[in-house]
Design a protein around this ligand. Structure first.
Ligand code: ZN
Length: 181
């Protein structure tokens, strides 16, 4: 028996759902026994990491499609190049392609040169989801940093998405912010 889990992208709520071959995961159970009942933690983590990657890349692509023209004059931005941006989430690291464009001529004067603009970096300054930051901060209060890291890694698909130093930096950051408030 195979359980195939697919990702399908539908634009509007009323758009018809079409069959696709976007299989995210195939869960195989070869025998008919109940020995391997349900999803294992590893299967669940792997599945969630794939869903997260798919969802974030689609969201980012669509958001970027709306950033292709200057808000002031409507001219299309000129593409310079693309970089990779790594976003850290509760379901692991997701790497997305992040284009860089030249700022619009209408924004400069004869003396100022055109600048390189990186729209995604501007929009996602922290590159970590608030939920992951919250979990890291919460567990680092109760456990030594390394144990907190190991605990989160065991439950979430964070194999490469979390580090000892990143938790410490978050805590220091959170501490600084709360003293400012
Ligand atoms: Zn413009």
């Amino acid at each position: 028996m195979r359980l195939i889990i697919e990702a399908r992208l539908v634009d509007g709520e009323t758009d018809p759902v079409e069959e696709g071959d976007g299989a995210l995961a195939v869960i195989e159970r070869t025998d008919l026994s109940l020995a391997e009942l349900g999803l294992t933690l590893a299967e669940g983590r792997s599945l969630l990491a794939k869903v997260q990657t798919e969802l974030i890349s689609q969201q980012v692509q669509r958001w970027l499609a709306g950033q292709s023209h200057c808000e002031s004059c409507g001219a299309a931005f000129r593409h310079k190049d693309s970089r990779s941006t790594v976003l850290r989430t509760v379901y692991g690291k997701v790497t997305v392609k992040s284009p860089r464009v030249w700022s619009c001529a209408c924004q400069g004067t004869a003396r100022t040169e055109q600048r390189v603009v990186h729209p995604l970096s501007k929009a996602l300054t922290r590159r970590v989801t608030p939920e992951l930051e919250y979990l890291q901060a919460k567990w680092a209060v109760h456990l030594p940093y390394r144990q907190a890291t190991n605990m989160l890694k065991e439950v979430l698909p964070l194999d490469k998405g979390i580090s000892f130093s990143s938790i410490r930096h978050r805590i220091l950051d959170t501490g600084k912010q709360s003293t400012l408030i």
